[in-house]
Design a protein around this ligand. Sequence first.
Ligand SMILES: [Fe+2]
Length: 290
Amino acid sequence: MTSIHRVPNSAGIGLRLAHLAEMVATRPSIGWLEIHPENFLANPHAHELLTELAAYVPISVHTVGISIGSASGIDRLHLKRIRSLVDEIDPILVSGHLAWSTYGKEYLNDLLPLPYNPESLRLVAAQVHEVQDSLGRPYLVENPASYVGFSSSTMKETEFLSELVRRTGCQLLCDVSNIVVSAHNMDSDANDYINEFPASAIGEIHLGGFTPEEDPAIPGAELWIDTHAAAIAARSWDLYAYATRRFGAKPTLIEWDNAIPSLTTLLAEAAHADKIAQAITLEMRYADVG
Ligand SMILES: [Fe+2]
């Protein structure tokens, strides 16, 4: 199944309920919008406005509740609800995190990490297959922001994602800001991560703000938290430029979920992402010619 809309290689913004009415009323120029389906499933008015928007602007669906990393299986009832919304609005992309948020019937309002080893890879691959079979389209799996490592991990995150792509044919959502946050917290190199990332599988990029907090485990040190509550940091813009040089321009989303600013601010962040990607695309084209 393919959307009536083409996937644009330009920037979009995360559509939050606070801006929904303004978006419908003013129809600002934007490449695409990404929604969290969980905000619309039990809200008939929001659902109706979303249907109106979907007729003229490409929509991407970014689910936070399928829980593909859960050892007790994915939430099938939730997947069924997502499928009916996907069938209705025909999104350009459907994605979710490499994480877990449910265990049995317990729903945890967080995206929790998993170890990277052959056993967890088998589990996640089977669950990605199940999601893709149900939705009838590729699923994009997003690299998480990391705060801890597991002694049972035997693979790097980039190796795990590469193997997941090979086994399932899924695509990847490369969250550049998550890479910045993880590199700081785990004392690793963000550029190396980009170099190792399976470039050909990338269908989307995310950029979001993070918040430095005092690290409770190391006095005097900072832990960077992926809050989506701030403007995109200079370090993330720099890594975005580096990633665009390596991957080429990709559909790029501005994520801002807490302390939400005006729609104008979000559109300006998207315009800035477009400016960076366009400048690099031009630079690469001239380099090819020269
Ligand atoms: Fe993200």
